[in-house]
Design a protein around this ligand. Structure first.
Ligand SMILES: *Cc1c(COP(=O)(O)O)cnc(C)c1O
Length: 421
């Protein structure tokens, strides 16, 4: 099946007289005929559902759909994008380990990696995505467990050279984890470029309608966990009656361990109703993504020609620093998010934003409605000045998330707001 078909049909195939739409299974628990049946499921939890802290049929239908879209062997939904990145790393790194991440990533992930991971004893080494192979290779240590980057960085809007970083990670025996939130599997499939694990904040384009938060981890099934660097996946798990994930589950070792061990212990699993809403968003993802890109390209060109604008960042624009990477990985389609710097710094940015009538001020991006955000004073205010620079954020930067309204209405709103600056 192609993507347009998968978004509608993957993950759920109703049989004779069953509901056409993925049903909301609003039950925390499941019934068994006898204790032996329950015992069998505890021996191998992949055989049936036990409890809603780590498995639910509505959520699992969505997991299967997203795995199909990414071309992975399995997926696990989480209650937020933050939870997805947290578990994606904790599944393979522990106290005493390190990870390497590009500096151009989401502010919430910078906090998670820099501060909370430090408390857990995991060091994150940040590298500039434009560093040479030699410079990046020099950052690997014997305890390095993963390399991390974002396909289209939020909000820096740089494009990650997935193939290059996958080669570097693999040369050092570790997986590449890619947060592909802004791209979605419609614009880019990181596994085709060598990524091993993909994460998403489904809160953004996948949901698309700003109705519920969520995240997902997808496993390509391609990484060789038995290469000596990941004993936790190979050696018996004491907390699961001595199971070896690699031996028992083969290509699904990583994603099954994430569910059986980490979801069991952390319990950041979405509710059935959230998955139902996410599924509705996913059903139109393949039609929505090209339209966001189309509208955004018009807006990016308008901004580029505007004399009140100092610079525009949209990787689809010819002349953008990452234009070539955008052609390679995204076929030139850079999603709906644009960032630009208004002349006059923070004050001008705030005046412009307060003058917008159609576009709403929201702490959100990738909404179906056009929305706008000032990273330096809002989402990224916890970052130090140096971290802001490293994340590619200027005080006059506006992050503009182009929605699916008629493009003329979006442009009219921009024009009248610029007149106020
Ligand atoms: C929003 C976002 C996250 C965090 O997701 P939540 O659903 O808000 O927890 C992680 N990565 C990227 C790239 C994001 O845009």
């Amino acid at each position: 099946m192609k993507d347009e078909t998968k978004v509608l049909h993957a993950g759920y195939t109703p049989k004779n007289t069953e509901p056409r739409v993925v049903p909301i299974v609003q039950s925390t628990t499941y019934v068994f005929d006898n204790t032996e049946e329950v015992a069998a499921v505890f021996d191998d939890p992949t055989k049936a559902l036990i409890y809603s802290r780590f498995a639910n049929p509505t959520v699992m239908a969505v997991e299967e759909k997203i795995a199909a879209l990414e071309g992975g062997v399995g997926a696990m939904c989480t209650s937020s994008g933050q939870a997805a990145n947290l578990l994606a790393i904790l599944n393979i790194a522990q106290a005493g380990d390190s990870i390497i991440s590009t500096a151009e990533i989401y502010g919430g992930t910078v906090n998670l990696f820099s501060y909370t991971f430090k408390k857990l004893g995991i060091e994150c080494i940040f590298v500039d995505k434009n560093s040479t192979d030699e410079e990046i290779s020099a950052q690997f240590k014997p305890n390095t467990k993963a390399v991390f980057g974002e396909t289209i960085a939020n909000p820096a809007l740089t494009v990650f050279d997935i193939e290059r970083f996958a080669k570097l990670a693999h040369a050092h025996g570790v997986p590449l984890i890619v947060d592909s939130t802004f791209a979605t599997p419609i614009l880019c499939k990181p596994f085709e470029w060598g990524a091993d694990i993909v994460t998403h904040s489904t809160t953004k384009y996948m949901d698309g309608h700003a109705v519920q938060g969520g995240g997902v981890i997808v496993d390509s099934g391609n990484f060789d966990w038995s290469n000596g660097n990941f004993p936790e996946l190979v050696e018996p798990d004491e907390s699961y009656h001595g199971i070896s994930y690699v031996e028992t589950y083969g290509k699904m070792a990583y994603i099954i361990k994430a569910r059986m061990q980490l979801m069991r212990d952390f319990g950041v699993y979405p509710a059935a109703h959230s998955a139902f809403l996410l599924n509705l968003g996913l059903e139109t993802l393949a039609v929505r993504m090209p339209r966001y890109c189309e509208n955004a390209m018009v807006v990016a060109k308008y901004l580029e020609a505007n004399e009140k604008v100092e610079s525009v960042r949209y990787p689809g624009l010819p002349g953008d620093e990452d234009y070539e990477l955008c052609q390679k990985y995204l076929n030139g389609h850079a999603s709906g998010v644009i960032s630009f710097v208004i002349k006059g710094g923070k004050a001008a940015a705030m005046r412009f934003m307060n003058s917008l009538k159609l576009a709403s001020n929201e702490v959100h991006v990738a909404d179906i409605r056009t929305c706008v955000l000032h990273p330096a004073s809002e989402t990224h205010r916890q970052l130090t000045d140096e971290q802001l620079v490293a994340a590619g954020i200027d005080a006059g930067m506006v992050r503009f998330s182009v929605g699916l309204e008629n493009i003329d209405d979006i442009l009219d709103d921009l024009k009248q707001a610029f007149e106020q600056v």
